[in-house]
Design a protein around this ligand. Structure first.
Ligand SMILES: [Zn+2]
Length: 116
């Protein structure tokens, strides 16, 4: 997983707000804004403006700051599950290989009478 810098982060900001950032890009984006307070502040400002404009039209009033945090938390959870799933598959593959090798060895030892 590569890390992005502030310039790339800023370029992705609007896409993130519009829910157009996906896959590895959204993961890199969130990893950056969580560590970089400057980018987070910038994101917060842009998010508040973009959302507030939409809400004003609809006459809604909601805690937008909290929503942004929830949005980030929700995506993080989804990404964790995604990556955990990949890891779990890999572990399962390794585990299957061990079983195959073990079965093979016990077959060989049984067949030739060799004790390992
Ligand atoms: Zn930054």
């Amino acid at each position: 997983m590569e890390y992005i810098d502030c310039t790339t982060c800023e370029q992705n900001m609007n896409a993130f707000i519009e829910n157009k950032l996906v896959g590895e890009n959204v993961w890199q984006f969130i990893t950056h804004v969580e560590k970089c307070s400057e980018c987070y502040e910038e994101l917060e400002t842009r998010y508040l403006i973009a959302e507030a404009l939409g809400r004003l039209e609809n006459g809604e009033s909601i805690d937008l700051r909290k929503e942004l945090l929830q949005k980030i938390r929700y995506i993080k959870r989804a990404m964790y599950i995604h990556y955990f799933h990949e890891d779990a598959l890999r572990i399962f593959e390794i585990f299957s290989m061990i079983i195959i090798v073990y079965e093979f060895l016990s077959f060989v030892s049984g067949y030739f009478g060799i004790v390992f």
